[in-house]
Ligand binder design. Structure first.
Ligand SMILES: C[S@@+](CC[C@H](N)C(=O)[O-])C[C@H]1O[C@@H](n2cnc3c(N)ncnc32)[C@H](O)[C@@H]1O
Length: 255
């Protein structure tokens, strides 16, 4: 592989080929709008912040779970051009967009079509698992398996860094939103509106709490998910009040 090789691999078993998943914008046909939407809706700073938090060193291996069009993968590579990044996602169309973006930027990126509950790597082979706005797309049982898979795949001292809708305590849903502008229902990347559940006027917190996908991440949901998989020090490193709702940055180390 040369310095800027971009490749897409298919890691799915025959059984996984027909498996359903919730795509980035909630509907497959909305995918072409995904990146424009992330720019417009100020989602990108979340990727840069997660990449900074991950603090990847030269030569370290990184798996981006639910990479979609590779926004977090590319943020990691911007922060650390010598990282070895693999993006994993079941959505072939999103991976093709990711590959085009990486090729245009002349950065090396391996993209793997597959699911969160079966990571395409050997035991203890990763330095980092990262993920942005993806875990709320993953069904309950697969999320649990993902957390165990992340623990298996990381070397001792390796870190998992997750940014997603959620909160570490019970505060979400109790504040008013700070950035909503009251223009009615929203659809967007990872937004609750992607599922057609946002009824209110920029009521990000309430929408996140009302939506069964994102509600699982509230009140320490992501921290419990990681702790139950064996991560000893799962903690919230940062919290942002985004126009779409509360965003939590969670990190844990594999001891
Ligand atoms: C809102 S998008 C986030 C994409 C990207 N991480 C970003 O921040 O721009 C959620 C992604 O999760 C992926 N996804 C859905 N179900 C999944 C699963 N079971 N395993 C892995 N990824 C999944 C979707 O295909 C989609 O690309």
């Amino acid at each position: 592989m040369n310095d800027s090789t971009v490749q897409i691999l298919d890691h799915r078993t025959p059984e996984e080929r027909g498996r359903e998943f919730l795509p980035g914008m909630g509907r497959p046909w909305l995918l072409p709008l995904y990146d424009a939407f992330t720019r417009f809706s100020r989602v990108r700073p979340l990727h840069d912040r997660a990449a900074a938090l991950a603090d990847v060193r030269p030569g370290e291996s990184v798996l981006d779970l639910g990479c979609g069009t590779a926004n977090l993968s590319l943020a990691v590579l911007r922060a650390q051009p010598a990282a070895r990044v693999t993006g994993l996602d079941p959505d072939a169309a999103a991976l093709r967009i990711a590959a085009r973006k990486a090729t245009r930027r002349r950065v090396p990126l391996t993209l793997v079509q597959g699911f969160a509950d079966r990571l395409p790597v050997d035991d203890g082979s990763l330095d980092h698992v990262v993920s942005a706005l993806a875990l709320h797309h993953v069904p309950d049982d697969a999320r649990v398996r993902f957390a165990h898979e992340a623990f298996r795949a990381l070397r001792p001292g390796g870190r998992v860094t997750i940014v997603d809708f959620g909160s570490a305590d019970g505060s979400a849903g109790e504040h008013g939103h700070q950035h909503g502008r009251g223009r009615g229902p929203r659809r967007g990347p990872g937004s609750t509106g992607a599922y057609g559940r946002v009824r209110g006027h920029g009521r990000g917190h309430a929408a996140v709490a009302d939506n069964p996908h994102t509600a699982r991440n509230l009140e320490g949901g992501l921290l419990r998910l990681l702790a139950d998989a064996g991560f000893a020090d799962a903690r919230e490193e940062a919290h942002v009040e985004h126009r779409y709702g509360p965003i939590t940055f969670v990190q844990a180390t594999r001891r």
